[in-house]
Write a new protein. Structure first.
Length: 176
């Protein structure tokens, strides 16, 4: 991190070249800050496990063991679901329904997080637009006061005009 050295009468001091809160704010926006961090829910942890190769391997081992036991390949164990494995088929169907529900729940959660990020992005963009417009207006006033000739085209003049947020909202709203 760049640092700027400032000296006072009593002791030398080093201060950051940018505000100290900037990294913390970025961490907060990314969800990495320790303040208010939410732990993943149990369904989210389950969804994370289901999407791994470990889950696939566990499924394959369980199905293979089921078939080996019920095909009478292990004489010490009595078959409990003889061929055509109706119980296995029922359990697999139920598992498929539950996994589909978990996938849909994850998509909904992901969509809500994306919506929040989009809203934050919009707020930051609007604030940036307002500040940039103010800076351009100040520069135009300074140029006029100092008598500096500005060769502005239409695009440059448009940048110095206030953006009506209500107008942007109407344009962004889908027609119903």
């Amino acid at each position: 991190m760049d640092r700027v050295r400032t000296r006072s009468a009593t002791s030398p001091r080093v201060r950051p070249a940018f505000p100290v809160v900037a990294p913390f704010n970025w961490q907060k926006m990314e969800g990495r800050a320790s303040v208010g961090r939410v732990q993943p829910s149990k369904p989210a942890l389950l969804e994370d496990f289901v999407g791994t190769i470990s889950f696939v391997m566990a499924q394959l081992v369980a199905f293979a063991a089921w078939i080996v036991v019920n095909a009478r390949k292990v004489p010490q164990l009595a078959p409990f679901d003889p061929f055509p494995y109706r119980l296995l088929s029922s359990i697999t169907s139920l598992e498929a329904v539950l996994l589909a529900a978990f996938v849909l729940m994850e998509q909904n959660r992901t969509g809500m997080v994306a919506d929040r990020r989009d809203h934050l992005d919009l707020q930051v963009n609007l604030l940036t637009e307002q500040r940039a417009t103010q800076i351009i207006q100040v520069l135009n006033r300074l140029s006029t006061r100092l008598g500096i000739d500005q060769h502005q085209d239409e695009v440059s003049r448009e940048l110095g005009r206030h953006v009506a947020v209500e107008h942007l909202r109407r344009i962004a709203q889908p027609a119903t």
